[in-house]
Design a protein around this ligand. Sequence first.
Ligand SMILES: Nc1ncnc2c1ncn2[C@@H]1O[C@H](COP(=O)(O)OP(=O)(O)OP(=O)(O)O)[C@@H](O)[C@H]1O
Length: 617
Amino acid sequence: MSDDGLMQILATVVEEVKSSINRDINGAELLYTLLNAPWLQCLLKVYECLQRYLRSPPRPCMTCASGLSVQIMTDLKSVSKPSPEAVELFSLLKEPHLQALLLTHDAVAVKDYEPILPPLPDDLPDDEEAMRIVCLVKNNQPLGATIRRDEVTGEIYVARVIHGGLADRSGLLHAGDRLVEVNGCPVFGLEPEQIIQILANSQGTVLFKVVPITDRPVNNQTMLYMRAMADYCPLQDPAIPCADAGMAFRRGDILEIVDQTDALWWQAKKLPSTSACAGLIPSTSMLKRKQREVWWSQPYQPHTCIKTLSTVDEEEDIIAIDDKFVEPDEEAFESEELKEEENEFSTNFEGIFIPGFRRSLRLCRRRKAQNGGPVQFCSPRCPSSCYSALANPYEEVVRHQRHPEHPYRLIALMGPSGVGVNELRRRLIEINPKAYQGPVPHTTRPPKSFEESGREYHFINREQFENMLYHHRFVEYGEYRGHLYGTSVDAVKDVLKSGKICIIDIEPQAIESVRTHELKAYIIYVKPPPIEEMRQTRIGSLLLTNYYVNRPFKDEDFQEIEDAGRKMEALYCQFFDHVIVNDGLQASCVHLLTAVRRAQDEPQWVPAAWIRPTQQS
Ligand SMILES: Nc1ncnc2c1ncn2[C@@H]1O[C@H](COP(=O)(O)OP(=O)(O)OP(=O)(O)O)[C@@H](O)[C@H]1O
């Protein structure tokens, strides 16, 4: 680096920062003022001089210049015919001021000019506390540390240092350090609020005098990622130690937990994160405690900082209710159903029969919704607590990419009835029936003349069905007109084992049955577009009904789809891996195709239990 290299670099940096200010970049103004400060410029000049000195410190070439001049004069005297130059040199060296100069040179040359430090006093007390002076430059961001007062001793301690915050990045302040002074003001006996006031009033730099903690815990935590299963708002949480340091999150957000040292309050970042600074979030036990508080103390008024999770009752409201349902004549229905199923039987694409679109199975769900629940359509995994996954405020997740030789992930579509889940599913399968397939459902109804067991349905008797139910072999099941219908885990696995991508549509109750290590479901939520768009795109489309013929959409249908969609999203968005707004059919199909390929070929966040299965999973 040339002599004024550093100054040049500084000038360039100043120019850069100046142009950043014009672009309104946060913090640039502060940096500009700092770099332009005359004291910093002077300091840098001194620094450069010192650097030059360190590179080549001035050294004397000899320490006895006066002795050498005496030697030269003696030699010149012994020359018989000295040259005029020799005579001149002799007379110069003889001059008293030159001899004085050479003597001075010798005196300086032998001296050591390195700084001599004063000796340490002998009477230093052994228990003297090491103080640390920490100077932080305040800019617009918070200091990133909280303090607490020991109620017994009155001492003030650093309670928490926020990961990635100003204090943390300085590396000089740690949780447990005892605060002695802030900006020269002793803090002993002060209330934490008074100290915060001192900090708030200080401009530019803040000077802390601290006694560092002696046994600082080693942070050997590994990175942990969690999917939030509840919403949280620190500003509405009276229990949070410092609301400003809190981080709000919504269900489905992926959180990187950077610090779990505190059992009650973790530090986390929301992904994808642009901020270096973490925020405080309640730990699993803390959030569970809050949920319990809500449930026990205010069953009808949810705590404002967390949004309570769904209950079975709430969930039942999700499905659109066709209040115009009229029970048709059974026999007439049967014959119509037959006609319909004959039509469906012809859903035979390029010689491949496409199963899993049976009308009865879909009507099971409608029936349940319309009757308000007496007809079961339920997740059979855990009859007593369908919602155990919902009880956990966080779910540990890992980034996972399917191995090319492993089975495909199950694709589960979910959406309010009538939004177009089956239409999209059917179209996807028709695009490439050799790559995509639906599972063959089970039923206890007797086969019709044209039906083959294992093609339209697996025909089994009620006892066999109930046995499968007992062993949790159904993803979901329901009863319709006295017959049981269901989609079994094995039917899904059969498709996956055949090397195809299995695509099913599910009700919210089945989420837990498909989010397993075995099926690794990728859940796509089919979201209704705004009503006006539905009105325009559904002209000529027919809605599945309990009548003999499907009918065109009415305005009430769009409203019902929108309401049901909103409820479904509000309750289950944490489980959605992807969302497709079903406006134009063609665009939605392309979107679905892309999402399905990505689910199989690109890394995704999946529950850690799928990758490190525990005994229960
Ligand atoms: N994007 C779309 N544009 C136009 N019509 C659509 C679109 N999506 C679906 N449809 C039509 O809407 C009707 C209902 O769709 P679909 O049967 O797939 O609903 P669903 O979500 O499976 O609900 P259900 O199981 O209750 O029938 C069908 O006639 C379908 O062709």
